[in-house]
Design a protein around this ligand. Structure first.
Ligand code: ZN
Ligand code: ZN
Length: 352
């Protein structure tokens, strides 16, 4: 934990700041291990100070490597006049994680405020070994849930029943939660990338897109597989084969130094060349304490991959009114081949 705070300290000079006020609860958790909906962390070259109200005080006092101050529930109002005591100069803050009202309160305290974005999320993009182990565990539970689903079958169940089957299976295997509400989309629903599952019954001869994740020690996993429920029209079979090829092209390209937009293009090109148009969403995203983190793999993104980034590779083809295919793996970027964490087969599996 102290090492993470030191990585933030190392950024202060560049930011022209004498301190950093962390207000994003996930970032506070990442830097201190402290889980609270109402806590700020102030990091200076010498100090790391958590302030929180009485409800969380006992938990905060158990933290190692940080000082704890009891604040009022109105965090911003309480800390505003104290910022200039804590930091000897300008204070960086998270411009993408502070309400306008909180910013107004902070401004009233007299400290010079420096807006920043992406500083801690940038640090979070490179995982430490402990984080990688949690993500591996979350991915193993998820892969096992897909194996269980293949045994269980799809036909005759509703989309929502399959969502519950996956969640129950993952929880029974030790997940603390589902990483997100699973997506199960049968037939035309599969052509809507973020379909909300409903009580539509799954019938034969359809494609079914299943996108799910598990959470372990706060860390998430994310995997999509697309199943058939019987023989398919030729166009859908071909869409599956092309998506699988595009996904493999994306995986093959993953290495340190690869640009987000170039990664996207490797897979997008396979889909385009096969006559299925443009890849309509980003190829992938980073993942950790949040399901969507840095780095991002999509058009227009200049960020390059580094070892110990954790990213998804998830191209899809969506044929309105007919069906969709998406295949998503979760991988760790290494100096050589990526470590693929989601192990369920990518061959087209037909389920009853
Ligand atoms: Zn997913
Ligand atoms: Zn994803």
């Amino acid at each position: 934990v102290t090492a993470r705070i030191d990585r933030l300290r190392a950024r202060l000079d560049d930011l022209g700041a004498a301190g950093f006020l962390v207000s994003n609860p996930t970032n506070v958790r990442y830097l201190t291990g402290f889980q609270s909906s109402n806590a700020y962390l102030v990091v200076t070259p010498e100090r790391a100070v958590v302030s929180t109200d009485f409800r969380y005080l006992e938990a905060a006092r158990a933290l190692e490597g940080v000082e704890v101050l009891e604040s009022e529930r109105d965090m911003a109002g309480w800390i505003a006049p104290r910022l200039s005591e804590l930091a000897d100069g300008p204070v960086a803050f998270e411009a993408d994680s502070l309400t306008v009202a909180s910013h107004d309160s902070l401004s009233g305290g007299g400290a010079e405020l420096v807006p920043t974005t992406g500083v801690i999320t940038g640090i979070r993009a490179v995982k430490d070994p402990e984080e990688l182990d949690a993500i591996r565990a979350a991915a193993a539970i998820l892969s096992a849930a897909y194996e269980a689903l293949a045994e269980h079958g799809l036909v005759g169940h509703t989309e929502l029943e399959i969502v519950w089957f996956l969640e129950k299976t993952m929880r029974e295997a030790g997940a603390e939660a589902a990483a997100f509400d699973a997506i199960v989309g049968v037939g035309p629903h599969g052509a809507v990338p973020h379909h909300h599952p409903d009580d539509t019954q799954i019938g034969p001869n359809e494609l079914v897109v299943v996108d799910a994740g598990a959470r372990v020690h706060g860390y998430n996993s994310d995997c999509t597989r697309t199943f058939a429920t019987g023989p398919l029209p030729e166009e859908l079979e071909r869409a599956y084969a092309v998506t699988k090829e595009a996904q493999q092209a994306g995986l093959d390209a993953v290495r340190p130094g690869l640009n987000g937009k170039d990664a996207h293009e490797t897979a997008a090109q396979v889909i385009r060349d096969a006559g299925f148009g443009e890849l309509s969403h980003g190829l992938g995203h980073g993942l950790g304490l949040d399901v969507h983190e840095l780095p991002v793999l999509r058009e227009g993104v200049d960020m390059t991959l580094e070892p110990r980034n954790v990213v998804t590779i998830e191209p899809g083809i969506y044929l309105a009114g007919k069906g969709g295919v998406r295949i998503e793996d979760l991988v760790i970027v290494t100096d050589s081949e990526p470590e693929i964490l989601t192990t369920f087969t990518k061959d087209l599996v037909t389920l009853g």
